[in-house]
Design a protein around this ligand. Structure first.
Ligand SMILES: NC(=O)c1ccc[n+]([C@@H]2O[C@H](COP(=O)([O-])OP(=O)(O)OC[C@H]3O[C@@H](n4cnc5c(N)ncnc54)[C@H](OP(=O)(O)O)[C@@H]3O)[C@@H](O)[C@H]2O)c1
Length: 278
């Protein structure tokens, strides 16, 4: 048999996507679980998303991760959605199955809560939580966060309307409200999660100081070497802790791998390997 043909193909589609660590992470998962898979990067601009993704699956790719700015477009493209992806109306994982054709899932929320609870030992129940941003990533994490019986969840976004609409969409799950950054005020939140993409451009949303205090846990979904603009800001406001999104990245990837291969890889070795780059 042709050995190359026996390798199942996967990848991540985004724009931009060159910075992605997903090939490294899935490479380690494949090795540790002895799965014969290959994982590549696909930079696809929004105007070609539908055409290029359908072509990749027609060419035999078994699954894709989907990153910004395509998560909502992916939810519209697939044939079927898992319940959590249907709730989010955003997809970060597509799997090809014979019976469902293209199945869309969203593992961002499971990835974030696994990192907060298991890796960072946070108990989420009753916390006052502020989420910054209202894009595809936020859509994915709102459901799993609200399932934790938070004390309160506020969504704040540069475009306030989007935050208000998201809050209304998830109001059946708990106490959730939306606003613009300028309407935020103290007392300090227990947990502030940055889910804006401002950091990708070295920027930091303009935020009132009173929202962060000495007991506030700050979490940036962005990741990179050294401080991000958000973790730098959090530290300058004496937050109790400022974490980056490496753990979420690894845990959401493990959930995708589980959907594709039926096995959830142990994430510890990958977390340790990435810590050397962080
Ligand atoms: N660690 C992980 O596993 C993980 C998983 C998912 C996402 N992420 C990260 O989370 C971030 C958001 O991803 P996404 O998929 O939600 O992106 P997205 O759908 O493109 O949404 C981007 C969000 O960022 C806001 N924004 C962009 N530039 C801004 C600026 N200069 N100032 C203030 N707000 C700004 C946008 O506000 P408007 O609505 O006003 O445009 C929007 O709310 C990215 O950095 C991504 O890498 C990490």
């Amino acid at each position: 048999m042709n050995e190359a043909a026996a390798v199942d193909q996967y990848g991540v589609v985004g724009h931009p996507v060159a910075h992605s660590w997903s090939p490294f992470i899935h490479g380690m998962f494949a090795k540790s679980t002895a799965q014969n898979v290959a994982y590549r990067l696909f930079d696809v601009p929004p105007e070609h998303f539908r055409r290029d993704i359908l072509q990749l699956f027609a060419d035999g790719i078994r699954g894709l991760n989907v990153t910004l700015p395509h998560k909502q477009a992916a939810a519209e493209l697939v044939n079927d959605l898992t319940p959590r992806a249907a709730r989010a109306q955003a997809v970060n994982t597509i799997a090809f199955f014979e019976d469902t054709a293209l199945l869309g899932d969203n593992t961002d929320g499971a990835g974030l809560t696994a990192d907060l609870e298991r890796n960072l030992n946070l108990e989420l129940a009753d916390l006052r939580v502020l989420v910054l941003g209202a894009g595809g990533a936020v859509r994915g994490v709102l459901g799993p966060l609200l399932e934790r019986e938070l004390g309160q969840l506020t969504i704040a976004n540069r475009t306030a309307d989007k935050a208000l609409r998201l809050a209304a969409e998830f109001a059946d799950m708990g106490r959730v409200s939306g606003c613009g950054f300028g309407e935020l005020s103290g007392p300090a939140y227990d947990l502030v999660i940055n889910a804006t993409s401002a950091g990708l451009h070295g920027e930091m949303p303009l935020l009132p100081a009173g929202i962060v205090g000495a007991t506030t846990q700050c979490y940036d979904m962005s990741y990179g070497r050294g401080d991000t603009p958000f973790t730098r800001w959090a530290k300058s406001h004496n937050a109790a802790r400022a974490s980056k999104g490496w753990g979420m990245l690894v845990e959401q990837a493990a959930e995708s791998f589980l959907l594709w291969r039926g096995i959830r890889p142990n994430t510890r070795a990958v977390l340790d390997a990435l810590a050397e780059h962080a």
